[in-house]
Design a protein around this ligand. Sequence first.
Ligand SMILES: Cc1ncc(C[n+]2csc(CCO)c2C)c(N)n1
Length: 223
Amino acid sequence: MTLFDRLKADAPEVWTSYVDHPFVRKLGQGDLPLDAFKHYLVQDYLFLIQFARAYALAIYKSPDTGDMYQALEGVKAILDVELNLHLELCREWGLDRTAIETAPEMTQTMAYTRFVLEAGMAGDLLDLQVALAPCILGYAEIGRTLADRHGDGLHANPYRRWIDEYSGEAYTRVAAGFLAWIDQTADIYLTENRYPRLLKLFGKASALEADFWQMGLNYPGKR
Ligand SMILES: Cc1ncc(C[n+]2csc(CCO)c2C)c(N)n1
């Protein structure tokens, strides 16, 4: 069993509250209000800036160069791919980079990103990876679930691009690489007596992901 499967099995409720959140269901059904998605995506851009810093911290916390290169791939995936995908989508709604980067950061965005950064600063690479895991592996699970559940109707779904991105081959490979990377670190650092603390980090990060979706549903101007 992978460390990720063990963590999920020990935190089933909070994990489901994240990967099966009403925001995710609506995204898959295509009936999520566009204003909710826009609000989410602008905050997600701000989230990713901090997340790139967390991945950069993983380079600093790496025990060897193999880990450093793995973490570097994560930094590049965010700065070269993810942020540009967000900018492209936002441009279609008339929002440019300056508008997004000067948008006020929501409390939920701040809470989640600073939590991950703090987990990494206070701990070792394994703590940081466990705090990052719901984000990296949860989106792969969500993408796969939505593509399986709504595959036939996706051509008519306005959020198809997002679902295609996270269910696609390239992202599936990123997630598989991350899954193997955590287990490799666990082989070095994991002892049974530190498992409860890792489970707490995993549960908290998953809860903060669910809060992030909820923030999207509570978009400004919602009646
Ligand atoms: C709130 C929130 N959680 C997770 C992701 C997913 N994600 C974050 S960084 C990254 C690229 C990793 O290589 C991916 C897929 C997101 N965008 N926003």
